[in-house]
Design a protein around this ligand. Sequence first.
Ligand SMILES: O=C(O)CCC(=O)C(=O)O
Ligand SMILES: [Fe+2]
Length: 202
Amino acid sequence: MELFDFERDTQRNLLPKDGTVNYFGTVFTEEEANRYFDILLNTIAWKNDETIIFGKKIITKRKVAWYGEREFEYTYSKVTKKAQLWTPELLQLKKQVEAKCGDTFNSCLLNLYHSGEEGMAWHSDAEKDLKRNSAIASVSFGAERKFAFKHKETKETVSLNLQNGSLLIMKGTTQSHWLHRLPPTRKVHAPRINLTFRTIET
Ligand SMILES: O=C(O)CCC(=O)C(=O)O
Ligand SMILES: [Fe+2]
């Protein structure tokens, strides 16, 4: 197999063990991706994220929003938030993503990174509100950014670039054994929007 085909093979697990990550590459055309970027930028109720670090409330530069099929209460970065109801475009995106990966989702966390200087530190998405070992689908629009995984015990790392209009799935025991992050970079000046479709335990 050519290297190109190998990288495009969505059945390939990017993790060597203890979880499954599939990168589907771009699943939206550049035109569709740019259109979604603009719509989301203008229709989502973006807010600066709040978190507690060493007992102090911190306001992040990165903006976030939380949507779902119900007004779920959800604790993320140690602060409890209430989901807003799906917008028409988010519901459409959710259906497109579900059709591609075969999993279903009932909520979505959105992140807006204004430039490469904004990122997200090492974490795993294993909050108690999330259904255990359920798939998380990550859709990216805008600037291409590096994304990395680190095994919690062995510290081995795996990284890839998340392209404009791309889809990445994390599933199985990935969140129990691996951390992930979006490293900050001085090389990227353009903004990026990321959506992670998730399943809240109901
Ligand atoms: O922006 C990204 O690609 C990752 C976001 C993320 O890990 C999260 O929202 O939990
Ligand atoms: Fe995450």
